[in-house]
Write a protein that binds this ligand. Sequence first.
Ligand code: AMP
Ligand code: MG
Length: 417
Amino acid sequence: MREGLTVEEAQDLILEATPILGAETISASDAAGRVLVDAIVSTRRHPPADCSAMDGYAIRREDLVGTSIAKPKTMPVVYEVPAGGRASRPLETGEAARIFTGAPLPPGADAIIKQEDTDMGDERVEIRVEPEPREHVRDGGEDFEIGDRLIEAGSVLGASHLGVLASVGRTIVSVHQRPRVAILSGGDELVEPDRPTDAGQIVSSNSYTLAAQCREIGALPTYLGIAGDTPEAIEIRMRAGLGADVLVSSAGVSVGDHDHVRDVLEKIGCQLRFWGVLMKPGYPLAFGIIEPTGQLVFGLPGNPVSTAVTFEEFVRPALRKMMGHRDIHRPVVQATLSDAIRKRAGRLHFVRVRLEMTSRGILATPTGNQSSGVLTSMIRGQGLAVIPLEAEAVEAGATVDVQILDLGFFDRRERGF
Ligand code: AMP
Ligand code: MG
């Protein structure tokens, strides 16, 4: 087992060991946010035929050359084509047909006059414009033709994708499965949030944070409860999580006398791949694989900020890879640092920062106390400034990379136009 990896090395090892989950077939209406397994090739043409984009009159353009408000032309209205209907016969020279939006263009017609450019007559219509070629005609197949590749494999399905799937009659769709994540908390001091606490106890919050971080990306968390600080208690709870795709435990992976997680992991057949990552918060992190199932096991540090940040950096990308995502990492922006940051060389720091759009770009302000026990520092910020391993200081005004955890800071109160 390796010890003291860089964040990059640790991420690489984890992602190499992370499988992409297989397919499941689900209702397209439930598929928002899921990743498509196979490309969608159209078996339909859309629209199926040339049709009208306006309520008005279908005509033959050659009949209306030179027509204007000053020189209107009156034509007989020979039939009507409602939406969903069809022309009863081709349109002959000198004729107009009443037509409505979405109705198919009569054979012979080659433009639509919108009704506002007419007197809207029933039996005869006075037309006051000369139309452009194919004006207000929506071409058959303008959206897609039979055989068009509409959505590539690996696409993340959004609202418009689901609309397109509906247009080609795909009401079920094959997407990558979602990983089941078993979440375990550990520590004799921990109590569930609804229990009374005394001075020696700590309310367990990590399972809530972790479950929400899973749900945010579509993974399926289950909670295994709190294990006391004995190998037996940890083993019983951990075994209950062996059916999941991923096991995430928090706390008890350090080097204290009561930190049994690593020993128990080895006992239950977990091959530990590494322990300890050169980062702050979050050095004590264990990662392994249970053979022969290939279940991934993350032993995250217990301090709430360390738990949340190590989930962000290691568990989240792995879960996204499992779900078929190709873009597994958070967006990164360059921001100007408001205040100097001092640190020791030797660890990469993730500093919680508040982000603000200013006229000179994005400003990143550290959220104050960066202790790994201060979870409120996470709610005050929207991103993690990445301060490199070997850096000892970054000055105020310097440009830093910031991973964005909460894109909400791009949301605006004012409209953008
Ligand atoms: P440990 O890794 O067991 O040394 O725990 C480190 C710190 O994290 C201790 O102060 C714990 O009380 C705290 N901690 C551990 N698990 C949780 C949890 N589930 N929720 C909140 N704090 C925790
Ligand atoms: Mg502990």
